[in-house]
Design a protein around this ligand. Structure first.
Ligand SMILES: C[S@@+](CC[C@H](N)C(=O)[O-])C[C@H]1O[C@@H](n2cnc3c(N)ncnc32)[C@H](O)[C@@H]1O
Length: 182
């Protein structure tokens, strides 16, 4: 999403940083339901401490983990060593890769619409599987965003996740927004 003004940085609270990590089991299930294959370039946006990064690397994907929180970015680098490229930047300021890529992410819910709009604006996106608030998934896969990009991308609701799929559990229901290139 190049050319944007520098967005505000979250304050210190758990809520501001959207800290609801997936359990390892659920992260595995989310990744299993994606079209990711060994060698694919995959962006994990808002990677936390690597719940999704771990099964993606086991699958043999080339993962770029983006995490703005300095402590979590450091934990990612420590956990995955040279195996994963970690970028401690705001995902809203990210320049999309020049080659075809996929996204598998459980990003902060408050950035859902902005993130999806940015992703649909590139022609290199092959697929995205985004764990989002269920209301946002329904709105995005039903409404104007879908209509505007319908020629290039198919948007639909994938599996639902129980609140217990996250520690701590969020106050809202979640599901996967699936974006597939036509
Ligand atoms: C819902 S948590 C999910 C973490 C991880 N994906 C998981 O499933 O365990 C969202 C993550 O996004 C990070 N985050 C919040 N705002 C961000 C931003 N603007 N750019 C990049 N990461 C951000 C938070 O620090 C947090 O780790």
């Amino acid at each position: 999403m190049p050319g944007r003004q520098r967005p505000g940085r979250p304050s210190g609270s758990r809520r501001a940083w959207g800290w609801h990590p997936l359990t390892a089991d659920w992260a595995e299930r989310v990744v299993e339901a994606t079209p990711v294959r060994p060698g694919d370039l995959v962006l994990d946006l808002g990677a936390g401490t690597g719940a999704l990064t771990a099964p993606l690397t086991r699958l043999g994907a080339e993962v770029l983990a983006v995490e703005l929180h300095p402590g979590r970015a450091a934990r990612l680098a420590e956990r995955f060593g040279g195996e994963v490229r970690v970028l401690a930047v705001d995902l809203r300021e990210l320049r999309w890769p020049r080659r075809p890529f996929r996204v598998v992410a459980s990003p902060p819910y408050q950035l859902s619409t902005e993130l999806v709009r940015g992703l649909l604006g590139t022609d290199r996106l092959l697929s995205a599987d985004l764990v989002l608030q269920r209301g946002a998934v329904r709105r995005l896969s039903d409404g104007g965003v879908r209509a505007r990009h319908a020629r290039r991308y198919r948007l639909s609701e994938g599996g639902r996740l129980p609140r217990s799929a996250f520690r701590p559990p969020p106050q809202v229901d979640s599901s996967v927004l699936r974006v597939r290139r036509r």
